[in-house]
Design a protein around this ligand. Structure first.
Ligand SMILES: [Zn+2]
Length: 283
């Protein structure tokens, strides 16, 4: 009996006292649960928004790339390279230094940082979509861009079939005058001049474009045997002739005088190698 009373008494005392504590715990648990639910909802919403943003960015990027290829633009870049470029510029406009954070634009809960991709040598003048030809600019600087750039444009020309250290010397020296744009002769030009073509134009362009020192590679209508067409289109500040050329080509000389393009001779020292020589050794 004694044990029974104790048993009956004890649980009652236990039940009455800790019950509010138990409820508190329950309430606390429910609050925690609710908080957790809200948190999960937030995380899910954020993940969805991020995915939407990524999708939109990926789509924009793919569309952009496709339109560039359709327009016959040489060279391409990845989103990663663009992000790295912005990082190198400290996420600021390359011209006026406006930070990207102050340029944010919000659109349907998605926000896009608004440093725009500016082509140093415009696409219209034969510039490519490779990262070396791109600089981050704020919209106002991009739209206010004049015909002349802050840094001069330097052109060199040739078939570069195949590329050798002599070309690299020429590029190195030419690039000291400004951004280097390579006018790359056509396959037809090479066949007319040497009787053969070693690498097709697209391949030669890609190899040259892979050099960090090169800003752009541009094709040229060289049916007349000169690069006059490209000089007229690109309108560089300088036109460098390689080490083996001391006499200006008459037609190119006339264009340079007309458009006020400075001609430089003997750039990159003497011709240390020649593509024909290299190919000749292989034959
Ligand atoms: Zn700016």
């Amino acid at each position: 009996m004694v044990t029974a009373t104790r048993k009956r008494g004890r649980p009652r005392a236990v039940r009455e006292e800790p019950q509010p504590h138990f409820d508190e715990q329950l309430i606390a648990n429910r609050e925690l649960e609710a908080a957790l639910e809200t948190y999960v909802e937030h995380v899910e919403a954020a993940a969805l928004a991020n995915a939407a943003k990524r999708n939109i960015k990926a789509k924009l990027s793919a569309n952009r790339r496709r339109s560039m290829i359709e327009r016959g633009v040489v060279g391409t870049h990845t989103e990663k390279q663009w992000l790295q470029l912005k990082e190198r510029h400290g996420y600021k406009c390359a011209k006026c230094g406006t930070p990207e954070t102050s340029l944010d634009v919000r659109l349907d809960e998605l926000h896009f940082a608004k440093l725009t991709k500016d082509h140093v040598l415009p696409i219209s003048r034969g510039g490519g979509d490779n990262i070396e030809n791109i600089q981050p600019l704020c919209r106002s600087c991009n739209s206010r861009k004049h015909a002349k750039f802050d840094e001069p444009i330097v052109c060199v020309s040739g078939g570069m079939d195949c590329l050798h250290v002599g070309h690299l010397d020429l590029f190195d020296s030419a690039a000291r005058y400004g951004r280097l744009v390579v006018i790359l002769n056509s396959d037809e030009f090479l066949i007319r001049k040497k009787g053969y073509r070693f690498m097709p134009w697209q391949d030669r362009a890609r190899v040259i474009l892979a050099l960090n020192i090169v800003t752009a590679v541009t094709p040229v209508d060289d049916a007349d045997g000169t690069v006059s067409e490209a000089l007229r289109r690109v309108r560089p500040d300088y036109f460098c002739n390689g080490g083996d050329r001391t006499e200006p080509n008459e037609a190119e000389d006339a264009i340079c005088r007309e458009l006020d393009i400075h001609q430089l001779f003997n750039v990159g020292g003497g011709k240390t190698r020649s593509s024909s020589e290299i190919i000749g050794r292989l034959r």
